[in-house]
Write a protein that binds this ligand. Structure first.
Ligand code: B4P
Length: 191
């Protein structure tokens, strides 16, 4: 099995690269952002609660996203592996993921981090906000808040995976295909 955590700040290109990686490595894509947006679109109780937090750039509570990932893992028992996109985002989520995978007799193989500076992130997200209408991409102060939340709650996961010798950082600036090739080289050389 290949279980890959794609890591990076909001707008680093995790979702973009995931779309290309699932085809190449035949992996199941688990994006907590996408799952939450689909709950919002379906106006479920979970979605309505999550929307308030997401629109402000806050994280959704750990137990909610951990429960979502747990049920997706159960629904994909025959998968060749998973790309975790936007999950884990806190140490509690990383510990929960380790436990969920252990129950299935598998582990996270590696975390690949996309390194992009704050100015480029803000530029990309404001651009996407214009096309997609996503509330969390419309306002520069909300984007700055998401980057701050990332630096405070999510960036420490580098240490969590480094301690297990599973952390790889790549340059996330360049064309989508250039970055894809860097990600694939990192996977192929270290799996
Ligand atoms: P996510 O949906 O995970 O989204 P993201 O971090 O904004 O984006 P990503 O890095 O995937 O960027 P993308 O490829 O789309 O999170 C949204 C919210 O959901 C969070 O703020 C939080 O509230 C909640 N949430 C999600 N998971 C959670 C969790 N585990 N715990 C708690 N809360 C959670 O790229 C962005 C833009 O850049 C796109 O427009 C793309 O076209 C462009 N782009 C990509 N690559 C490029 C390149 N090389 N050059 C130029 N532009 C590029």
């Amino acid at each position: 099995m290949l279980n890959l955590v794609l890591f990076g700040p909001p707008g680093a290109g995790k979702g973009t690269q995931s779309q290309k990686l699932i085809d190449k490595y035949n992996l199941v894509h688990l994006s907590t952002g996408d799952i939450l947006r689909s709950e919002i679109a379906n106006q479920t109780a979970l979605g309505l609660e999550a929307k308030k937090l997401m629109d402000q750039g806050h994280l959704v509570p750990d137990e909610v996203v951990i429960g979502m990932i747990s049920s997706k893992l159960d629904n994909n028992k025959d998968a060749a592996g998973f790309i975790f996109d936007g999950f884990p985002r806190t140490t509690a989520q990383a510990e929960a993921l380790d436990n969920l995978l252990k129950e299935k007799g598998t582990v996270v193989n590696m975390m690949v981090a996309l390194d992009v500076d704050d100015e480029e992130l803000t530029k990309r997200l404001l651009l996407r906000g214009k096309d997609s209408g996503r509330a969390d991409d419309q306002d520069e102060s909300i984007i700055r808040n998401r980057i701050e939340v990332y630096n405070k709650n999510t960036a420490p996961l580098k240490d969590y995976y480094s301690a297990q010798s599973k952390f790889y950082s790549i340059d996330g600036i360049g064309s989508i295909d250039e970055i894809f090739s860097r990600v694939c080289d990192t996977i192929d050389n270290n799996r």
